[in-house]
Design a binder for this molecule. Structure first.
Ligand code: BDR
Ligand code: CA
Length: 318
């Protein structure tokens, strides 16, 4: 007997690293992928939703994709377009083709928040939510339907940090873009598994991985290589400085949990600090000082995780 199949729901804001995550989830036979909710994050939701539908069409993903929340629970929209450009997904090569006129209207009907609530209620105690974006959709679902908190197995998220931020000195982007939503999620009593920047900085990519993708020689591989090249150039213009890999870490964890180690913690979201808004304050002195809410990933076999990513992409794109 193999491992049991896990039912998952993905909340995302594509984004190149979100795309890689979708590729891994869509080709993992141990996963029953029930749906995708799209949110404003790397770019406004109209753009991240369009990116997601282009990815679905291009890669033949068999999953319903729902358009979700446009703006954070409080405060102004914060995107990563300053770094990633208007599309939220830059490339040095050919871009994903636009959607055909025939599927230009919508993918799945209905709002992502309602779709997430319906999925959890239809499968109580069975769904693991994968969160790789600002958590506006998930928090909105929890506020609208508090009963679902007790019906979600676990939320596995890429977000936060035990130390430095990226969008600000103190805060990681997914949390910073909607701290009030993260606060709702981290207080909901749902088991949480957090992969923050401290962990992702152990999974590094450079031009070497770009060259490996290109060497596969297929059209799909060379398109993805252009996006990976633009991604590694976030860190250095020539792609020589290692760039952390963010969102796919959660999909790699599902495939190879033995590559990751966790510490129990109580994680609180800083909402007011002038310099620290969006910081994930991790209290590891548990349960002495606070109750455990979150398993915080702190150690990874980074080279093995990147090797697994490259091998999986090779198989998918060959
Ligand atoms: C996170 O922010 C986004 O830009 C990425 O897609 C990832 O989810 C990293 O801080
Ligand atoms: Ca993301």
């Amino acid at each position: 007997m193999g491992k049991p199949v896990k039912k998952i729901w993905l909340d995302t804001d594509p984004g190149f690293d979100d795309w890689l995550t979708m590729l891994l989830l869509g080709s993992n036979p141990q996963i029953d992928w029930l749906g995708v909710s799209i949110v404003t994050g790397n770019a406004p939701v109209d753009i991240t939703w369009d990116n997601a539908l282009r990815i679905k069409a291009h890669d033949g993903l068999k999953v319903a994709i729902y358009r979700g929340c446009e703006q954070p629970l409080a405060g102004a929209i914060e995107t990563a377009q300053r770094i990633l450009g208007d599309s939220g997904m830059p490339t040095t090569g050919d871009a994903l083709p636009p959607r055909a006129a025939s599927d230009a209207s919508s993918d799945a009907a209905g709002h992502a928040v309602d779709a997430l609530i319906a999925a959890v209620r239809a499968h109580p105690g069975e769904i693991t939510v994968i969160a790789i974006a600002p958590m506006t959709n998930i928090a909105t679902a929890l506020m609208k339907a508090p009963d679902i908190a007790g019906k979600i197995v676990e939320i596995i998220l890429m977000g936060g940090s035990t130390d430095q931020g990226n969008h600000t000195a103190a805060a990681e982007f997914n949390i910073y873009a909607d701290p009030e939503a993260a606060d709702v999620v981290f207080r909901a009593g749902i088991p949480l598994r957090m992969f923050g920047l401290n962990l992702c900085r152990q999974l590094l990519v450079t031009n070497v991985e770009v060259a490996r993708l290109r060497a596969l020689g297929t059209a799909r591989a060379s398109m993805l290589a252009g996006y990976l090249e633009a991604y590694v150039r976030i860190r250095s213009p020539d792609g020589s400085v290692p760039m952390p890999m963010y969102d796919p870490v959660v999909a790699l964890y599902l495939e190879a949990p033995q590559l990751f180690q966790f510490l129990p913690a109580h994680v609180a979201i800083e909402l007011r600090g002038e310099l620290t808004r969006g910081m994930t304050v991790c209290e590891f002195r548990v349960p002495r000082r606070a109750a455990v809410t979150t398993q915080v990933a702190h150690l990874a076999d980074g080279p093995a995780a990147i090797e697994l990513l490259m091998q999986r992409l090779s198989a998918i794109l060959a």
